[in-house]
Ligand binder design. Structure first.
Ligand SMILES: [Zn+2]
Length: 75
């Protein structure tokens, strides 16, 4: 079931949580696009400023194949 969330990366209030599978949540943000993020990463990213959060998403995208969603995964 889809529900509205604040995007963990950019804070956009129009983001949607599309799926929650175990520790991984799939977010659809009008600014960031579709990506996967672990629940622990959501907490970690909340301590970062916006440029740092965007950098984590860009890093995830660079490590993702074309047909896969980027996964933001913090220690
Ligand atoms: Zn976003």
């Amino acid at each position: 079931m889809t529900r509205a969330v604040d995007c963990p990366v950019c804070g956009n209030t129009l983001a949607l949580l599309e799926r929650s599978t175990g520790d991984v949540e799939t977010v659809n943000c009008p600014v960031c696009g579709n990506y996967n993020i672990t629940k622990s990463s959501i907490e970690v990213l909340s301590n970062y400023n916006l440029p740092a959060r965007r950098a984590r998403l860009e890093h995830a995208k660079q490590n993702t194949k074309v047909d896969q969603l980027p996964l933001i995964k913090e220690a």
